[in-house]
Design a protein around this ligand. Structure first.
Ligand code: PGA
Length: 255
C-alpha cells in the first residue's frame, strides 16, 4: 500500500436525527480513540453536522458532508456551500455518490464542478465512481469508470488533486449484501490508479487513496484491506452502529 494512510469513512446517508447523531458520535469517540494509524471520517446528515463537530473535535475522527453545491452563496434554495460546510466543522465531502447520481440527477459534469469547488475551499473531496450491475454484465466496467474519472477530473492539475480520495463503489454492491470479491476490488482499484497515473503522473497515482465501498462489514474488511491498492473503505449501513463501525476502523488489530 506504499505510504498511503488508510481512511475508513462512514456515510450515514439519510439516517439519524440530531440527538441520535450526537449519541452515536459520542459512543464512537469512546470506541475508536486509540485508532491512531487510520484516518476516520463520519458523514452525518447536514442537520447534525455542527453538533457532531463539537463531539469529535480534538479526536481522531474527522467530519465529512454527504454533498455540497459549488457556488459560494446565492439564491440556490436547499443547497449548501463549501464555506457553510467548513463553518460546520467539515474537513471532507463525499461527491457523486451513486444514490445522488441515480435519484438526484448528478452527472460527471456536476461532479467535476463539486470537486473543483471543494479543492478550492480546502475540503477533501471523496469522489465516488462505480458501475451498475448491467454495465458489469455487459463488460463495460472499465469503460464506465474511465469515463467517470476522466470527466470528473477534467481540467485539474496534479497539484489540485493532492488531497483527492476516490471511492470505488460498484452500484450492485451498495446496501445489497453483495460485496465485490477482493480480487474484483483489487482489479478495479489497480485500473483506477493506472488511469490516474496516465493523466496526472506517477506521484499522484502513488499517493492517492482509493477506498472500496459496498456492503463493507467487520467480516470482510481485513481481506479487502490486504489488497495492495485498497486504501480504506466507504461504509454505509455498517457505519450507523458505533460498535460495528469501530470494528471496521480497527481492522488491523483483527488480522
Ligand atoms: P453500504 O453503502 O455499505 O450500505 O453498502 C455504501 C455506500 O453507499 O457508501
Amino acid at each position: 500500500m506504499d505510504n498511503r494512510r488508510p481512511l475508513i469513512a462512514g456515510n450515514w446517508k439519510m439516517f439519524k436525527t440530531c440527538s441520535e447523531a450526537v449519541e452515536t458520535a459520542k459512543h464512537l469517540v469512546k470506541l475508536v480513540s486509540t485508532s491512531v494509524d487510520v484516518d476516520v471520517m463520519i458523514a452525518p446528515p447536514f442537520t447534525a453536522l455542527a453538533q457532531v463537530s463539537d463531539v469529535v473535535k480534538g479526536t481522531c475522527i474527522s467530519l465529512g458532508a454527504q454533498n455540497l453545491y459549488w457556488e459560494a452563496q446565492g439564491a440556490y434554495t436547499g443547497e449548501i456551500s463549501p464555506s457553510m460546510l467548513i463553518s460546520a466543522g467539515c474537513r471532507y465531502v463525499i461527491i457523486g455518490h451513486s444514490e445522488r447520481r441515480q435519484y438526484f440527477g448528478e452527472t460527471d459534469e456536476s461532479v467535476n464542478k463539486k470537486v473543483k469547488s471543494s479543492v478550492n475551499n480546502t475540503l477533501i473531496p471523496v469522489m465516488c465512481v462505480g458501475e451498475s450491475e448491467k454495465e458489469r454484465e455487459l463488460n463495460e466496467t472499465f469503460s464506465v469508470l474511465d469515463k467517470q474519472v476522466k470527466n470528473g477530473l477534467e481540467g485539474f492539475s496534479h497539484d489540485d488533486l493532492k488531497t483527492l480520495v476516490i471511492a470505488y463503489e460498484p452500484v450492485w454492491a451498495i446496501g445489497t449484501g453483495k460485496t465485490a470479491t477482493t480480487d474484483q476490488a483489487q482489479e478495479v482499484h489497480k485500473f483506477l490508479r493506472t488511469t490516474i497515473e496516465t493523466i496526472f503522473g506517477n506521484m499522484l497515482a502513488k499517493s492517492m487513496r482509493i477506498l472500496y465501498g459496498g456492503s463493507v462489514k467487520p467480516n470482510n474488511i481485513d481481506e479487502l484491506m490486504s489488497m495492495p491498492d485498497v486504501d480504506g473503505a466507504l461504509v454505509g449501513g455498517a457505519s450507523l452502529d458505533p460498535e460495528t463501525f469501530s470494528k471496521i476502523v480497527q481492522f488491523q488489530s483483527q488480522t
